[in-house]
Ligand binder design. Structure first.
Ligand code: LLP
Length: 424
């Protein structure tokens, strides 16, 4: 669903004008649509109806408590990669028994906390991690449920920074090592082998890489069964892409149907519970970054629109050269169209949000940076001592403040000046 539309030349989030949100909450502000998030999740849930499926929302995409809360109430599970994300799930009322704990660098204290909370599964990424988890679980008298994250060596055909399923990536356990590590897992006293996991990358816009990875996973499942290691679930990770520009990713239902089709052709495929770890495809198109044009200027033959959002807010363009659409919040104003680079105030040439865009704008205008719901606020920083913007969730005709704008004094509240005797 498209929750951001023009009505009488005003750009709305559901039924609230973005201009009104800027007025009330200032800029830059992240604006999310509750209906868009809910409908994305519900589409997965509907496609999975009648199957044993748990759709875990990958918190890293956007971990605002209101979003976690909304998804928890709709029955989502959660994919976390840190103890911090676990605390967010718990604070938002999420059910720890629906949480999978991924990530290559889990620390002992994080493992202990997750065991005590009763997470559904640890997705283990190395032999050392497996041994450490066994030891931590033993020390508190628990058995840790584990999956091994296998690296299927499949090319997801996506940006190299967000492709994770190739042999040369740091992620997972190499396919040809997996059997040996599973045997070890099955032999360790404080572990219980429950599943297998893979995640091949993000912003994947075709179905084939998912199926190729699934085939590799099923090969291993068979080999494991031959050794008496029987799994309960397959976790196929996340990675379904969204439309930023002219991409044509498969629908959520099409991806799930293709996966189920492949599983149904496997002799025991239908017996497994299937887990997914989707982030971007649930929240990506459900959010925008609302910003105001501060200055227009020309340098040589380039024209720059300097806005009040920057790379510290939305890092994706500078980090991945990612493309986000830019829309004027008000249409039909008396302005000449020109070609603009939309840039922020940060002191880096890499601080741009969009380049070479045809826009009819003037100083003071509001712009919406589209498809910023995933990996936007979640990846932001305070570079240049810039307080991060507010987050607002729109629900029909209501705009709910779900994170206050940071204040400058918050940014250095944990810092200390020198004591007098060290100041000289
Ligand atoms: N599971 C694991 C183990 C992951 O590493 C990720 C994403 C996901 C699930 C969720 O993937 P999604 O469904 O959102 O594609 N910052 C980058 C994306 C990094 C993705 C990292 N891992 C970006 O802005 O494009």
């Amino acid at each position: 669903m498209d929750a951001f539309r023009y009505r009488q030349q005003h750009l709305l989030a559901e039924d609230v004008a973005l201009a009104e949100i800027a007025e009330r909450f200032g800029t830059p502000t992240w604006v999310y649509s509750k209906a868009a998030i809910a409908s994305a999740f519900d589409e997965f849930a509907a496609a999975a109806a009648g199957r044993k499926v748990l759709v875990c929302y990958a918190l890293k995409a956007n971990s605002n408590l209101a979003i976690v809360d909304l998804l928890a109430r709709r029955g989502a599970g959660f994919d976390i990669v840190s103890g911090g994300e676990l605390e967010r799930v718990l604070a938002a009322g999420g059910d720890p028994s629906r949480v999978v704990f991924s990530g290559v660098g889990k620390q002992r204290a994080e493992m202990r906390r997750a065991l005590e909370a009763g997470v559904r599964c640890f997705n283990v990424e190395s032999e050392s991690e497996l041994r450490r988890l066994d030891e931590v679980a033993g020390s508190i008298g628990r058995r840790a449920p584990v999956s091994l994250r296998v690296n299927p060596d499949v090319d997801a055909g996506t940006h190299p920074y967000i492709s994770t399923g190739l042999r040369e990536n740091k992620f997972g356990i190499a396919h040809d090592e997996a059997l040996r590590v599973y045997r070890l897992a099955a032999s360790l006293p404080n572990l219980r082998v429950v599943g297998i996991d893979c995640h091949i990358g993000s912003q994947i816009t075709t179905i084939e890489p998912f199926l190729a990875a699934l085939d590799k996973v099923l090969e291993l499942v068979d080999a494991l069964a031959g050794e008496g290691i029987v799994l309960e679930h397959l976790d196929l990770g996340g990675g379904l892409g969204i439309r930023y520009d002219d991409e044509t990713p498969p629908s959520r239902a099409a991806l799930l149907q293709a996966v189920f089709g492949r599983l149904d052709r496997h002799p025991r495929g239908a017996g497994f519970e299937v887990l997914f770890e989707f982030g971007r495809s649930i929240v990506g198109n459900a959010g925008v970054l609302l910003t105001r044009v501060e200055y227009l200027k020309a340098n040589g033959d380039r024209r720059f629109a300097i806005v009040d959002a920057a790379m510290n807010d939305l890092m994706r363009p500078s980090l991945y050269e990612a493309w986000h659409d830019v829309l004027p919040v008000e249409q039909g104003l008396p302005r000449e169209a020109d070609t603009w680079d939309v840039v922020g105030p940060v002191c880096e040439s890499g601080d741009w949000l969009a380049r070479g865009r045809r826009l009819a704008i003037a100083e003071g205008d509001l712009l919406a940076i589209m498809s910023a719901g995933a990996y936007g606020m979640a990846m932001s920083s305070n570079y240049n001592t810039r307080p991060r913007g507010a987050e607002v969730l729109v629900d029909g005709d209501r705009a709910l403040l779900v994170r206050e704008r940071e204040r400058v004094e918050d940014l250095f509240a944990l810092e200390r000046r020198l004591p007098d005797d060290a100041a000289g």
